[in-house]
Design a protein around this ligand. Sequence first.
Ligand code: UDP
Length: 341
Amino acid sequence: MRSVITGGAGFVGSHLVEHLLAAGDEVVVLDDLSTGSLQNLSHLLGDPQLRIVEGTILDGELVRATLTGADRVFHLAAAVGVRLIIDEPLKSLRTNIHGTERVLEAAHEVGARVLLVSTSEVYGKNTADALHEDSDRILGSALKSRWTYAAAKGIDEAFAHAYFTQLGLEVAIVRLFNTVGPRQSGRYGMVVPNLVGQALRGDELTVFGDGQQTRCFSYVRDVVPALVAVAEDDRALGRAFNLGGAEEISIGALAERVIAATGSSSGIRLVPYEEAYAGEGFEDMRRRVPDNTAAGELVGFVPRTPLDEMIRAIAADIRSRSGIDDGAADAEASLVAAGTE
Ligand code: UDP
């Protein structure tokens, strides 16, 4: 089986590469290395089953050439992260809309199956107790970058669905909800690596707004196998599936959990949104809770990893990559002492 992974050098992509190589696939990564990095794949670079193509999904010729001979495509390449979307709205729109269209077009031409990786952002401000796949999308102004991103990913899904219904492309969609884990960068705004990095450095943890907004964090190693199982299931074609975490937690409470799990002596600082995302008239989601029933029924998806375990794994990863060590050794000792490892 030959699999192409667009965005394979990114955070989720690199875990998917690892998983598919272990399953015996021949894997081709297409990545422009803008937010992704070869460092995410450094432990796999010697594998003869792995080939890396550096380039953008906006290059239609390159996409077609890369997909030729592929059985399936996992399309993860996208501009992601609230910070990046706000700083580079044009690039984000182009990559997320035109890039996806090129991938779908090429997959149709070469006869490859597609798994489109989408996002819970498509639900926008819907604060339902459990968002299911046909829940309404509630978006703010199209002049605010965040909603533009949500709109672009919604268009991606609509494109995929139209390729399915009109042209018979084999395509399924997954919507990831705040996936976290080792190798995720805090640079583009993601809260968990940001807070864990701050805790390890002894900096104040920056909690935006009043800290009462909630999320359900899911672990990349729970999500990746489910994502592959959805891609391999014929019943998934033409449909979308949520893949999210089990525990709803406020960001304020998350910061406390990060401090406890890392043994940090950092404090917490509430940062007004105007300061965190200057100049945007920023709107946040107050709440985002997935209903994972559909993926549970289809492929047995259950988000198993507890939040504290995710935090510890991310902390260990940040330490190993950044050389944050002194506090780390203490934190490790206190975790062992507390019987948590
Ligand atoms: N957030 C925070 N501190 C940070 C980064 C993010 O309090 O250093 C908040 C952010 O405003 C949001 C939540 O954490 O309410 C999750 O942010 P993230 O960007 O990780 O994901 P998303 O907003 O897309 O769910």
